[in-house]
Ligand binder design. Structure first.
Ligand SMILES: NC(=O)C1=CN([C@@H]2O[C@H](COP(=O)(O)OP(=O)(O)OC[C@H]3O[C@@H](n4cnc5c(N)ncnc54)[C@H](OP(=O)(O)O)[C@@H]3O)[C@@H](O)[C@H]2O)[C@@H](O)CC1
Ligand SMILES: Nc1ncnc2c1ncn2[C@@H]1O[C@H](COP(=O)(O)OP(=O)(O)O)[C@@H](O)[C@H]1O
Ligand SMILES: [K+]
Length: 505
């Protein structure tokens, strides 16, 4: 008997799979339409580029390969320049790694590592430094590790009147804040030398370090917002998909928890949900949020509050079976104490909840994740898609929203269209998330996602929170699939959230 039961489950799952594959075709069609409608970014910020780099690796392209290509394209640009001297200034990050590759292709010159070999931050850069050291024993590549600018006084002397090429592989897209020493002095020195020696050619790798007046910058994949006019773009093998797929690069870009932070600084989330009919949904959203946020409140009707004696939540009770107009002012008042509201889980769809949602959103001016029944009761005819909103519709709810793809620039809100693949988009961005499996079709996984996104959104921007929420939710489901097959529950999913964050921290 059991055997028949189990094989029946597998038949059903295959039908669902079949069905979702059909939908999946439509999802990809919608994704392609969105990629057309949403103007592709010509220029990216260093932070966006770091996400693209990491997601290229998520797609299977090793960073050391990109580093090799980066160094090679820079070498191609300088190999024909007549010079008596080549000096390659390298930092301890992957920008420095590129510089090591440039030096290797040049086969000559002096490599100045600004820092000690032991401080080189990444595997890729370390490997390339080791290769250089092997070559330096025999060839005419010299290597020097320095701490302070005075240690290269002799090089600056030589650069005063020689035909020379200086390669700036000091800092790239990993730049943070004001330029620190000894980079500052080195950059100023090179700028001074350029004034007295017209035969000095300065090339920056990817990004100009500080206010270095490079003669040429070779930047990779796309121009950076901080590049100077004379930067040229070179392909290094990063595929476009790296810009469109959600990967661990998005997670790495999430705000880091500050060790000095205190209670509440890592996010305060208010779940406004539940009704006489559904009490579980807001609790699932709250439990998911509490894995990440410092404080989670649940505002709901008597039934839900009475059922909930979970110490993890601060409870706010309203009289009645459903949230309704008479609760709006109280909800607005409570919401003042929170960074973000997660709205709609287990609301029920009726005139009362319709009135609550529309009146609340009219007066509420902070961040909100709008999910489930709240999506169904909004009056979209006179509704502003604020950039403070993240919507998490599944296919049917998405149809309620009747988003006009021809006016995509109006859609300031971020939308997570959930499914086998999640499409995350707003007026300026579109990405697709491929984590997750059919075990997630169980009721309640959407509530988990809404709570998860709420917790991230409390301290991050809307788009990255939506992408990471979809990624984490799906990845948690994939870990469970390996452990339990399809038979996992939303509560299992919630328990897996910390594991996913741990893997990618
Ligand atoms: N990732 C990839 O796939 C690919 C990346 N590629 C290349 O990697 C570059 C990004 O590498 P990345 O992320 O390692 O950072 P990177 O630009 O080397 O700088 C970090 C170093 O700088 C330092 N530093 C930072 N700010 C500073 C300041 N204000 N003043 C002083 N120092 C400062 C920082 O020190 P820290 O702050 O950590 O002490 C750290 O040591 C990218 O531009 C491209 O060239 C290519 O190979 C193509 C593939
Ligand atoms: N067939 C599927 N394959 C992969 N992920 C899925 C699938 N169905 C749903 N999910 C994921 O489950 C979560 C909830 O989606 P969905 O079930 O559509 O929401 P709801 O619970 O609101 O109906 C989302 O993270 C979504 O990506
Ligand atoms: K640089």
């Amino acid at each position: 008997m059991l055997k028949h039961y189990i094989c029946l489950i597998y038949i059903i799952i295959n039908i669902v799979e079949e069905f979702s594959i059909k939908f999946c075709g439509e999802i990809m069609e919608l994704f392609n339409i969105l990629k057309e409608k949403i103007k592709e970014k010509e220029v990216v910020t260093p932070k966006e580029m770091a996400i693209i780099d990491d997601n290229a690796e998520f797609l299977g392209i090793p960073k050391i390969l990109l580093m090799e290509n980066a160094g090679k394209v820079v070498y191609e640009e300088i190999k024909d320049i007549e010079a008596e001297e080549y000096v390659i200034f390298c930092g301890t990050g992957n920008n420095g790694g590129d510089g090591f590759v440039v030096a290797r292709h040049l086969g000559k010159g002096e490599v100045v590592l600004i820092g000690k070999e032991g401080e080189i931050k990444t595997y890729e850069a370390r490997e390339n430094f080791k290769i250089l050291k092997n070559l330096a024993e025999f060839g005419n590549i010299k290597i020097r590790e320095i701490r302070i600018a005075e240690e290269v006084e002799d090089i600056f002397e030589r650069l005063k009147d020689k035909k020379a090429v200086v390669v700036d592989a000091m800092i790239g897209t990993g730049v943070k804040g004001e330029l620190r020493e000894p980079f500052k002095t080195i950059v100023n020195k090179i700028n001074e030398l350029k004034k007295i020696n017209k035969d000095l050619f300065v090339v920056s790798v990817d990004v100009e370090t500080g206010n270095l007046e490079s003669d040429l910058t070779i930047t990779f994949y796309k121009r950076k917002t901080i590049n100077k006019e004379n930067a040229i773009v070179k392909e290094i093998g990063i595929p476009k998909e790296a810009e469109y797929v959600v990967g661990w690069g998005d997670l790495k870009a999430l705000r880091k928890r500050d060790s000095r932070s205190h209670k509440g600084q890592n996010g305060k989330v208010l779940i406004i949900g539940g009704s006489r009919d559904f009490f579980g949904a807001p609790i699932l959203a709250g439990l998911a949020a509490s894995k990440i946020a410092d404080l989670v409140g649940i505002l709901s009707v008597d039934d839900v509050v009475d059922k909930l004696n979970n110490p993890e939540f601060i409870m706010y009770r309203v009289e009645g079976d459903y949230l309704s107009s008479k609760h709006v002012d109280y909800a607005l008042d409570v919401a003042k104490k929170y960074d973000v509201v997660v709205l709609g889980n287990g609301f029920g769809v009726n005139d009362e909840t319709k009135a609550f949602v529309n009146e609340f959103l009219l007066k509420y001016d902070k961040k909100a994740v709008i999910d489930a029944d709240a999506i169904k009761v909004i009056d979209y005819n006179n509704f502003k898609f604020s950039e403070n909103y993240v919507f998490t519709p599944h296919r049917k709810e998405f149809e309620y929203m009747n988003i006009d793809l021809n006016n995509i620039e109006e859609i300031k809100s971020t939308i997570v269209l959930k499914g086998k693949y999640d499409i995350i988009f707003n007026a300026n961005n579109v990405k697709i998330n491929k984590t997750g499996n059919a075990g997630l079709t169980k009721g309640g996984t959407g509530d988990v996602l809404a709570g998860l996104i709420g917790a991230l959104f409390a301290v991050n921007d809307a788009f990255i929170s939506a992408c990471c929420g979809a990624f984490i939710n799906g990845y948690a489901g994939d870990l469970l699939l390996k452990e339990k097959g399809y038979c996992f529950t939303p509560l299992d999913l919630i328990e897996k959230i910390p594991n996913v964050l741990k893997i990618f921290e």
